[in-house]
Design a protein around this ligand. Structure first.
Ligand SMILES: C[S@@+](CC[C@H](N)C(=O)[O-])C[C@H]1O[C@@H](n2cnc3c(N)ncnc32)[C@H](O)[C@@H]1O
Length: 142
């Protein structure tokens, strides 16, 4: 089994650093991309060269979706990615959640990000599981 990994980020310095690290790697690349424009990620020439979309693919959205505000349509972005994947593919999605977290902790987290370049938008487990997305995802713990 082999793994080919396109690493997406929308922060140019991080992309450049990862590109330097991966310069000699034939199975991983780093390309600039923004989850708010999923079509651009899917059509990126580097991604297309590395990933065979006729075979099952795993998409890892780890600790990133909560940085996409509702106004930027995160659910539609995930749907666009998922709809492109062939049968047998996997989506790994982690998300900040207020579930089982004291309100003051969630509030403090939002406060930390309030001065950052992106804010954080926690979702409930119902949001993640599908009540607001139309997805049907098994939730595998926290
Ligand atoms: C907490 S880090 C997680 C990074 C990596 N997934 C991990 O688990 O180590 C959040 C990442 O989301 C990226 N990010 C935030 N908003 C994004 C967006 N709209 N599109 C793509 N990446 C984004 C940030 O640049 C940062 O690299």
């Amino acid at each position: 089994m082999s793994t080919r990994l396109p690493r997406k980020s929308h922060r140019t310095p991080g992309v450049a650093y990862a590109q330097a690290l991966l310069a000699d790697d034939r199975n991983a690349i780093s390309v600039a991309g923004d989850l708010r424009s999923p079509e651009a990620i899917l059509t990126d020439a580097g991604v297309r060269r590395l990933i065979d979309f006729s075979q099952p693919v795993a998409v890892l959205l780890v600790a990133v979706l909560h940085f996409v505000a509702d106004a930027d349509r995160p659910r539609e972005a995930v749907r666009t990615l998922v709809d492109t994947l062939p049968s047998g593919s996997y989506l790994v999605l982690t998300h900040s959640t207020p579930d089982e977290v004291p309100d003051d902790v969630t509030g403090a987290m939002k406060e930390v990000y309030s001065g950052a370049s992106v804010q954080v938008s926690p979702w409930s487990s119902e949001d993640i599981a599908g009540s607001s997305t139309g997805w049907s995802l098994p939730i595998q713990g926290w």
